[in-house]
Design a binder for this molecule. Structure first.
Ligand code: OSB
Ligand code: MG
Length: 369
């Protein structure tokens, strides 16, 4: 596959509403959009999901640039690539930095699919034509605000509500939500806000019929999660702790979780995401696609991945309008009754809105091969 040029564009976009998790509040997003160009009229696009601050993981927008320009792009320049599945192996000598790796691998996956004239979903082996989605709701100023927010999303048809929790905003809040919505699929995401000292408190969630609790304990833990899962009825889902197929194997072997949230950026790209999906399918572990408040390019990659059949549970890939006044793709991602129709155009299936891309770009670097 000829790659003639890689472009790194740094974008600044502002979320419509601030998004609060147990680790902090985000509203201004800065991130890289990657472009791989073949010199034959095709361009593939990727998006880095690293944030400005290392709150969710150790990577940041700045470390992304350092790793991409000083290491990963050099590797791409020096090696022939015939299929994007080879990239994760080529990147193997560079430890960690999965979001930087994924941003470049993603652009090449899109380029590959466009050159084959197939959709990215098809290139990955996905067959679903529609995907079910839920929505992730940040910590709100009050329970009334939360109930109001949920009401709107239920009316829009989202298939499940994920409610962010932290100490002081957990059991009572979820009990209230459950009382108002006896049959709604509800889950909680703690983003590592608890420890094993909270076991008795967390066990109270078992009465609320939650689909799962996501990452209650340490961001890098799989041992304590196994202890917690052994005494909790509610399925534990791991997010932050899973960076690879190897992490997945160990977590399943230990009994640390019953469900896995796959985020393409966190695991280093689509190739590794697919491997985790296949392993979970073989071991009867349900998976779903997480989100990182992506702009349209990242959102499109998530949609393509979710077409694989072990993505049984609704993901966090909400519509563009939940996040942005204006997204960078045309058309924007639209959710109708909790369902996204998978695009049928080649590659990521959405066009780049060139004027929006231009408007949000604050820096650009070009690497010629
Ligand atoms: O833990 O899944 C998470 C957003 C930022 C960082 C981490 C997480 C989230 C979300 C939002 O839950 C998912 C989305 O709507 O993109
Ligand atoms: Mg999470």
């Amino acid at each position: 596959m000829p790659i003639k040029q890689i472009k790194l564009r740094k974008l600044q976009m502002r979320l419509k509403d601030p998004f609060t998790t147990s680790f902090g509040t985000m509203q201004d997003k800065e991130f890289y959009i990657t472009e791989a160009i073949d010199g034959e009229g095709n361009s593939g696009f990727g998006e880095s999901v690293a944030f400005i601050s290392p709150w969710y993981s150790e990577e940041t927008v700045k470390t992304n640039l350092h790793i991409m320009e000083d290491f990963l792009i050099k590797i791409l320049k020096e090696n022939e690539i015939s299929h994007p599945d080879q990239i994760s192996e080529l990147f193997q000598p560079i430890k960690g930095h999965n979001m930087a790796k994924s941003a470049l691998e993603g652009a090449i996956w899109d380029l590959y699919a466009k050159r084959q004239n197939i959709t990215l979903a098809e290139a990955l082996g996905g067959e679903k034509k529609e995907i079910d989605v839920g929505i992730s709701i940040g910590i709100q100023p009050s329970i009334e605000d939360l109930l109001q927010t949920i009401k709107g999303f239920v009316q829009e048809g989202y298939k499940r509500m994920k409610i962010k929790i932290k100490p002081g905003w957990d059991v009572d809040v979820l009990r209230e939500v459950r009382a108002n919505y006896p049959d709604l699929p509800i889950m909680a995401d703690a983003n590592s806000a608890y420890t094993l000292d909270d076991i008795e408190h967390l066990q109270k969630l078992d009465d609320l019929n939650l689909t799962m609790i996501e990452q209650p304990l340490g961001h890098d833990d799989i041992v304590d999660h196994a202890k917690l899962q052994a005494v909790m009825k509610t399925p534990i889902c791991l997010d932050e702790s899973i960076h690879s197929l190897e992490d997945t194997r160990k977590a399943i072997q230990l009994g640390s979780c019953k469900i896995i949230n796959i985020k393409i950026g966190r695991v280093g790209g689509l190739t590794e995401a697919k491997k985790i999906h296949d392993y979970c399918k073989d071991h009867d572990i349900a998976v779903w696609c997480g989100g990182m408040l992506e702009a349209g390019v990242g959102r499109a990659h998530n949609i393509a991945l979710t077409t694989l059949d072990q993505f049984i549970l609704p993901g966090d890939t909400a519509g563009s309008s939940r996040y942005w006044v204006k997204d960078i793709i045309k058309p924007e991602v639209v959710v109708h009754k909790g369902v996204i129709t998978v695009p049928d155009k080649p590659g990521i299936g959405y066009d780049i809105d060139e004027s929006a891309l231009e408007e949000f770009t604050v820096d650009e670097k070009v690497f010629n091969f």
